[in-house]
Design a protein around this ligand. Structure first.
Ligand SMILES: [Zn+2]
Length: 141
């Protein structure tokens, strides 16, 4: 096991689960998508294929004037938890963000995915950050 790998916890959150299973294990994003916690949802195009539903919400603690989070409507802990079956779902996250950004008139933005606690992932449900509304330099960290 490398430093970036984490063992599956007792709840089994390292595998894909339904929103109900994720929420029962304490996942904040699953609870949001089930309507159990409030959020400010960003309009996104509906999915055009099975398993492609992507939610986009405003980050509660924005790191830029525009800070969205796109997440799949299934509990997938992180990128390294994905398999080939989730390829369409992963692609939908980026396309949904691009579409939502166009709607909002955003042309330049940064997309970030943190994989694991050591990389700064604070919610163990795969999500893509979109940051915009300010000029960002070339440095990533
Ligand atoms: Zn979840």
């Amino acid at each position: 096991m490398s430093a970036g790998d984490q063992p599956a916890d007792a709840s089994g959150l390292e595998r894909v689960q339904t929103l109900e299973e994720g929420a029962a294990a304490g996942c904040v994003f699953c609870k949001i998508m089930l309507g159990k916690l409030p959020c400010k949802r960003v309009p996104a195009d509906p999915p055009d294929g099975p398993g492609g539903d992507a939610w986009i919400i405003n980050d509660l603690h924005p790191a830029a004037p525009v800070h969205w989070l796109a997440m799949p409507a299934l509990h997938l802990p992180r990128v390294s938890s994905a398999s080939d079956e989730q390829a369409y779902m992963l692609g939908r996250l980026f396309l949904a963000l691009a579409s939502a950004a166009r709607r909002q008139g955003l042309s330049d933005y940064r997309l970030i995915v943190n994989n694991g606690v050591g990389a700064g992932q604070t919610v163990p449900h795969l999500h893509v950050h979109l940051l915009a509304g300010t000029t960002m330099g070339e440095r990533l960290v």
